[in-house]
Design a protein around this ligand. Structure first.
Ligand code: PEP
Length: 256
């Protein structure tokens, strides 16, 4: 069985004090959810602090973006090596806000994925279609294209330590959650794509769902075939709602 993931994407939220309080809250409850991998994806300004605070707690930390070079004249950018140095184990690449608000291309995402793996970080690769793409019936094609850009640049082994998150753009931050059959189908597209890369990898890789995950829908989402966890934006800002979601995932896996 694939170990489930509960990942928080705090986006551009939380000062050092707020982030530290959150981590202390997770620490106090982590023993209730031993079978879930908890990953907190924070802004680079707080990562060092919270990763040092959480030493040996079992909580894992991630950044939300990185550059593809390890150093150089790239004002304002942060490299994979710097993130690793701050205590991050993970980095989100290809989040739809990066793709659509900051015009990152599939090729940019592929370069970031590759650089992250090369530096020793574990990528959380986000893929997903816009509303227009869904309505025009091109969801599978879009997911395939986004994945293909990454596998064209990296070896299959680069995915050994990665997770993939299916995040339909129209469900992110909108309060609208994708329907069960839409999620099952998209996760199937991703797993089938990975089968073409490597059968064993396709069996082992964890595929998360993200898009308006809340305590009230977490159980329903984790029960969908092929969903190995969640990537949570808005509802991860409150310790109570994030831990309720994590608890729901844990209970599902307790039931076997
Ligand atoms: C996200 O930003 O990755 C996300 C899934 O956001 P939300 O949960 O707010 O839809």
């Amino acid at each position: 069985m694939r170990k489930p993931v509960s990942a928080a994407n705090w986006k551009m939220h939380k000062t050092i004090r707020e982030a530290s309080e959150f981590v202390a809250g997770v620490r106090s409850k982590i023993l209730d959810v031993p079978q879930v991998d908890i990953i907190l994806c924070a802004s680079s300004t707080v990562l060092f602090h919270i990763a040092a605070d959480a030493d040996e707690s079992g909580i894992e930390f991630g950044a939300q973006n990185c550059h593809w070079e390890n150093e150089g004249a790239f004002t304002g950018e942060v490299s994979p090596e710097m993130l690793l140095d701050c205590g991050a184990q993970w980095v989100i690449v290809g989040h739809s806000e990066r793709r659509h608000l900051f015009s990152e291309t599939d090729e940019d995402v592929a370069r970031k994925f590759s650089a992250a793996v090369f530096a020793g970080l574990r990528p959380i690769l986000c893929v997903g279609e816009t509303l227009d793409e869904r309505q025009s019936g091109t969801t599978s094609e879009v997911i395939w294209r986004q994945l293909n850009a990454v596998t064209s640049l990296t070896e299959a082994e680069a995915f050994d330590r990665a997770v993939i998150a299916y995040e339909p753009v129209w469900a992110i931050g909108t309060g609208i959650t994708a329907e069960t059959d839409q999620i099952e189908e998209a996760h199937g597209v991703i797993r089938d794509f990975m089968k073409n890369v490597d059968e064993k990898l396709a069996d082992e890789i964890r595929i998360l769902y993200g898009g308006s995950v809340k305590p009230t829908n977490a159980t329903e989402l984790i029960e969908i075939a092929g969903v190995d966890g969640v990537l949570v934006g808005g509802a991860s800002l409150s310790i109570d709602s994030f831990m309720e979601i994590t608890q729901a995932i844990s209970e599902h896996y307790d039931k076997g």
